[in-house]
Design a protein around this ligand. Structure first.
Ligand code: SF4
Length: 395
């Protein structure tokens, strides 16, 4: 499943997002008469009309498309970076239920925000959001500033996130280019790496074209329509050209030559699943907090790591596949009784025996949450109950 947000690094003085990857923003330079300055060779007004009409009829009903609240759009845009739409749909409403306004987010403890963010990965995004929310409330703001320029001054908001918020929430004429839009425009024009041009040169051309194609009357809808077309029709593999509203404008009508991506690396890991009867009631699981000094997932709670990655067949509880950035992990999970914990696990950060009901509301690593859920120790019902207890709307 394609991640939704972006791969290009900015090339015309615009920097990539906090994640190092991102969409590009490009100020619109509307053409004079429709079609004049566009290389697509077709009239721009017709292309805009076809795309917007298709979007009106086919767009997915996603919760963040039912609001113009800049705060809610900001939350959705940050979540959508590097995370699948299906996962964001699940987490977006719970997050807004718990933190419905800029003020409520700014007042929250980091641990609390990370717990509600749990499952979305790339926790730096949540920390930067909290930092930005606190900064805005210090500046006496009740919501995000209007305009891409001002938005870009906030922590964690790069050029493309600023452009997305500015165009969708405030109607600013600034084009957004994510990996999806880049693909659509490259194919429309018949551009690709086979032409021998550098990635930077291609990026510049796409960015400039995006700015010229943007509909100045409906920039937010146009940006979303382009991204939607790339996400649902002009797919990386097997694009659905027969149902594409831009087929008459397109010079490729199929896949195009793309830059080679860094290959995924495979690694193995092994963790302990230690569960005991609780002191008072129910069961407790042993969790370990990752040191704050780590660059990856600092402060999150994980299952203790085993000394030996080889787990005897009879001791194997499950094997889980888990991807973190460019690494595909095959993780063996071994059930460990309390008395064997010290002998079998590596000393890591601070450890705690945590009641299962409490674990659901903690800032767990994605892997820990996956294992506990799969072991039926952390059911969705428990997670929902915690969210509701905290004031969340999980609907
Ligand atoms: S015609 Fe095909 S390749 Fe061209 S934009 Fe549409 S889906 Fe993409």
């Amino acid at each position: 499943m394609a991640k939704t947000r972006a791969k290009l690094a900015g090339s015309t003085g615009q920097k990539a997002t906090a994640t190092g990857k991102g969409r590009i923003a490009s100020k619109a330079k509307p053409t004079g008469r429709a079609g004049q300055a566009l290389e697509v060779g077709h009239d721009a007004a017709g292309l805009r009309a076809r795309l917007l009409s298709w979007y009106g009829a086919n767009r997915r009903d996603l919760p963040w498309r039912r609001t113009k609240d800049p705060y809610a759009i900001w939350i959705s845009e940050i979540m959508l970076q590097q995370t699948r739409v299906a996962v964001v749909v699940e987490r977006y409403q719970a997050f807004l239920g718990r933190f419905p306004s800029l003020q409520s987010l700014a007042c929250a403890q980091e641990e609390e925000v990370l717990a509600v963010w749990s499952g979305l990965g790339y926790y730096r995004r949540a920390r930067m959001m909290l930092k930005a929310a606190r900064l805005m409330t210090e500046q006496q703001r009740s919501n995000l500033p209007a305009g891409a320029e001002e938005l870009r001054k906030l922590p964690g908001i790069g050029a493309y996130t600023a452009a997305a918020i500015a165009s969708i929430a405030f109607g600013e004429t600034v084009a957004v280019v994510d990996g999806n839009v880049e693909r659509v425009l490259s194919r429309l024009q018949g551009w690709g790496f086979a032409d021998g041009q550098s990635e930077a040169a291609l990026t510049r051309k796409i960015e400039e074209l995006a700015g010229r194609l943007l509909d100045p009357a409906q920039p937010g809808d146009f940006n979303q329509a382009m991204m939607e077309l790339g996400a649902t029709v002009c797919l990386p593999r097997n694009p659905q050209c027969l149902v594409c509203p831009l087929a008459t404008d397109c010079r490729t009508k199929g896949e195009h030559a793309m830059a080679k991506r860094a290959p995924m690396v495979s690694r193995e890991a092994a963790h302990a699943l230690a569960v005991r009867k609780g002191r008072h009631d129910g069961r407790e699981v042993l969790l370990e907090q990752r040191p704050a000094t780590l660059t990856v997932m600092p402060g999150l709670w994980q299952l203790p790591e085993l000394r030996q990655s080889d787990v005897p067949e009879g001791e194997l509880r499950m094997t889980v596949r888990h991807a973190i950035m460019q690494v595909n992990y095959s993780v063996r999970i071994r059930t460990v009784v309390e008395g064997d914990v010290e002998a079998l696990t590596l000393a890591g950060g601070e450890r705690r025996w945590v009641p299962l009901g409490e674990a659901a509301g903690m800032a767990l690593t994605g892997l820990a949450r996956k294992v506990l859920t799969r072991a039926q120790l952390l059911t969705e019902a428990t997670a929902d109950a915690i969210a509701l207890r905290n004031g969340g709307d999980v609907g």
